[in-house]
Design a protein around this ligand. Sequence first.
Ligand SMILES: *Cc1c(COP(=O)(O)O)cnc(C)c1O
Length: 377
Amino acid sequence: MIYFDNNSTTPMAPEVAAAVFEASARFGNASSVHGYGREARRLINESRETIARCLKVNEATITFTSGGTESLNAAMLGVFLPLQGPRHLIVSRVEHSAVLKTAEFLESLGVEVSYLGVDAEGRLEADAVEAALKPHTKMIAVMFANNETGNLYPVKRIGESARGRGIPYLCDAVQAVGRFEIDLSLLPIDLLAASAHKFHGPKGVGFLYGRKEVELTPLIHGGRQERGHRAGTENLPGIVGMAKALELAQGRLFEDLRKVSRLRDRLQAGLLEKIPGIEWNGDVEHRVAGTLNFRVTGVSGETLLMNLDMAGIAVSVGAACDSGSLEPSHVLLAMGLDEERALEGVRVSLSRYNTEAEVEEFLRVFPGLVSKIRAAA
Ligand SMILES: *Cc1c(COP(=O)(O)O)cnc(C)c1O
């Protein structure tokens, strides 16, 4: 079996699985005052320190959550829910559904939302964000790296124009944390969302970084955990595992980046050589190392995915399957592809655990599948 779907989720690193297992035995409630509780509290504090150190921020800015989706909801709803009067939000059209659906929800509550388009390569310039600003803009949300195309966005320039105007900048960095050096003491990001299972950590845990200048109304009410920002007994094994996963990723960032880039380049060159009519989706100049999104003219992505799956290779189509009907990817549509072209999109996403042998196996199997599908059609 070959796993080439690492932008959906990543396998837990063995060191992380060991840390999660060990932390699972520390069953104390971190809010208890006895020894069991103090031990749990110590582990949570240490995990927060580790994550804060990796991002070069104060640990009081890190709130643990159940993952990327909750962090993004907590940031967007946390800013907008207490606001009255004219309120405006700027988001890009290529954001993850956790941002887009939350923007739609805010729209239903009377928030004005501007959806910024992208060009044919999925690019968005910081000037477009600037042009969309209004006197009552209360948040800008543009992601760090796109989960479907791997495109990187001009985070620094967007952040600078937001910071200059005192508008909170929310960055969905779920595809970037653990893959890039992210120094939040230098980057003008006010709110940043991350998810452990995208960097070889456990599922169901993530964090929200928030500068102390940004007022956030809590979403989840109850106990006083997370300085009152997020009530509920902490997911201790998850939090410990996430800190371990980030520390591990951070320690081998450049090594992993080099390896994954090399594998992706080999895959891209091999596909170009062997598949007539292949096209790349996204910005091949500015993208994360491990992502390759392509389409094979006249062949549906879903058919390719199912044939690859039967051959033991897991990839993804940038589309959500709602009740049996396949929707074209909103990211590819935003790039101007028509529905038919958008349904051809296939995403291969690699991680440090993929190997050259797997890439060669993919390149050996794939051309035959394409010929077979084309012959049948
Ligand atoms: C996976 C992902 C999310 C959602 O994170 P979860 O932890 O799965 O809720 C949000 N944004 C991006 C870019 C993602 O890739």
